[in-house]
Structure formats: C-alpha cells, structure tokens
Design a protein around this ligand. Structure first.
Ligand code: DON
Length: 325
C-alpha cells in the first residue's frame, strides 16, 4: 500500500477529491424523505428511517465512510449472493445450476413460481436462495452438526469481510421464522416438485435460510465484502483468496441481471453495475476491478429497494464513468 502511494499507482489516484464528491452525493441523498421501512417484522420496522450510511473500499484497500456506517443491520437478501458464492466456490457452477436457474423471473422475489425445468429462477429470489442453502447443508456440510453448519457460513462471511464486523441477530431470526408462511409455502412447493438435492429436513433448511438473512454486518464490513467481489475474490484488506475468480464472475453476472428485485432490468440499464439489495435497506454495489460499496438506508420504495441507495447509484454513474457499458 505504501509503495503504491508513493508511486501514485492507486486505482483511484485522486482519492481525497473522489471522496469529497462521494460525500456531496451522500448529502444530496440525505435530503430525500421518501419510502417506507420494511414492516413485516417488528425488529425491522423499529429501524430509524433517518439512518443513512455509505462506505467504500477500493481493490487496493483505500477506505472511505460517511454517515451511519458503524450501526449493525441484518443482511437479509444481501446474504443471497454470498451464500450463492460459497456454493459455487465449493461445488462449481455446473452442480449448483442443476438445482437453480440463471434467468430473471420477472415476478416478485417471493413468488410461488418455478422455471420450465422445475428449478427456482435464480439464486437471488427467495426460492433460489432456499435451494442454495439446501446445497450448502446437504452437499458441502453434510457431516457437520447444525451448529457447525452455521459456523461454516459465518467463517466464510468473516473472511469475505476481512475479519470486520459480522454478527447474528437472534430476535430477527426468531421473527423471520414466526412470520414465514410464504417461505414455508415455497419450500413445500419445491419439495413437491423435487427441487432439493435429496431428502432434506425442510425445517432445518428453512432455519438455515433465516439464519443467513439474520446475519449482521455494518456498512464498513459490507463494503469490504463488496470489494472482495470487485477484486476477483481476494479480500483487499487481508490478501486472502476467499473465492475463486470463476465463482465471482458467476455471482456478479447474476447480481447484474437479478440483484435488484423487479427493478433489476432498469437498474442494469441505467446504473450498469452488479448490485444486491435487501429489505434491511442495504445494498452491496460492485464496481469490478475498482471498488466495492455498501449503501444503507432503511426506507424502501414500492419494489423493496432502498430509496436513498438507488438515488445514490444514479448520481454516482451520472458523475463518474462507472456504468459497465
Ligand atoms: O425471506 C424473506 O422474506 C426475508 N428474510 C428476506 C427478505 C429480503 O431481503 C427479500 N429478498 N429477496
């Protein structure tokens, strides 16, 4: 890092100037007071609509944060690309995609629908993420106890975040489990259609999925995760090769086409970056070979994306030439 600094070889050479422009975008978005905090469980509903944080981490480890970037929040659907990444890394894409497709569904993220091969459409919708959890449990962690299975995912998340904050919110987990009619229905529907790898314990599998959604991060740790994805799977803080480049390529491809719920097409068109949002109001945004960002603000638009997060991305690509095309 130091020799690069002397040689001015950073991927963002004028970093201070860059960060002051990021802060301006942040402040502009702070003035937006639209959207509604997710209310399907009380633990999410209690989140202040004023929380707003942006963290970024470049692939050469330069960091910048502004706003509420040290407050833990549950990752919710932002965990979906990460569990998918672990499955790809351990099993390879051929095995994983026997069970889950690669097409945007064009339907709500929790819709009771399968593709023409009787697979969930992709790993970014609930049905697909539940299947990915079953692959982790049955094909990778088969011999482990439930506690060890949880530890296994937790350890992966920790490595992706360069050992920064990763936690677990038990109240959110219990609430998710109590308010899970749709996810339960999805799991039974998929079992009826023989979507799972083998005879699985549905209860354990759903619990595992709720546990992944209830893992906590903060903007800073999540920006490092995004940056590990931007950096071909090598964590820019520790230098640890956490994911194989092929796994990263597959994850980013599906974040690009399916990561933003029913806004994915428009987001890919107008922002042109792989991203994944969650009902927590968090967004993982990846600028390949440059940096990872985490944006977090709980108020959501009608499609369940963070209002300030989306506006931030629009402004970002207006000012900087980060759109992939
Ligand atoms: O499964 C659920 O409904 C939530 N725990 C996950 C929500 C989420 O962020 C929706 N995503 N696709």
């Amino acid at each position: 890092l130091i020799s690069r600094a002397f040689l001015r070889q950073f991927v963002i050479p004028e970093f201070e100037e860059f960060c002051s422009r990021i802060e301006k975008i942040y402040n502009k978005c702070k003035g937006i007071h639209l959207g509604k905090v997710a209310s399907y469980i009380p633990q999410l509903e209690r989140m202040s609509p004023d929380y707003w944080g942006v963290s970024l981490c470049t692939i050469d480890g330069q960091r910048f944060s502004v706003g509420d970037t040290k407050i833990p929040f549950t990752m919710q659907s932002c965990s979906k690309p990460l569990t998918y990444a672990i499955a790809l890394n351990e099993l390879g894409s051929e095995v994983v995609h026997r069970y889950v497709g690669q097409e945007p569904s064009g339907r709500m993220f929790n819709e009771l629908v399968l593709d023409f091969n009787k697979r969930p459409h992709n790993p970014m919708v609930n049905a697909g993420a539940i299947i990915v959890c079953s692959l982790l449990m049955e094909l990778i962690e088969k011999e482990m106890s439930l506690a060890e299975k949880f530890d296994y995912v937790n350890a992966y998340f920790k490595r992706l975040s360069g050992n920064e904050y990763i936690g677990f919110n038990n109240a959110v987990f219990l609430s998710e489990r109590e308010n899970a009619d749709r996810n339960n229905a999805l799991a039974y529907y998929m079992r009826e259609n023989k979507c799972f790898p083998e005879k699985i314990n549905l209860r354990d599998c759903l619990d595992f999925y709720f546990q992944c959604c209830s893992m906590e991060a903060d903007c800073e740790s999540m920006s490092v995760m995004a940056s590990t994805l931007a950096n071909g799977g090598i964590c820019p803080i520790t230098g640890d090769q956490v994911l194989k480049p092929d796994a990263v390529r597959d994850v980013l491809s599906l974040m690009h086409s399916c990561g933003m719920y029913d806004y994915s097409g428009q987001f890919a068109f107008s922002v042109g970056l792989p991203a994944k949002s969650g009902v927590c109001g968090g967004m993982l945004v990846v600028i390949p070979n440059v940096m990872g960002l985490c944006l977090w603000s709980p108020p959501l638009d009608a499609l369940s994306n963070s209002v300030r997060g989306i506006e931030f991305c629009r402004e970002l690509v207006n000012i900087f030439n980060f759109h992939r095309y």
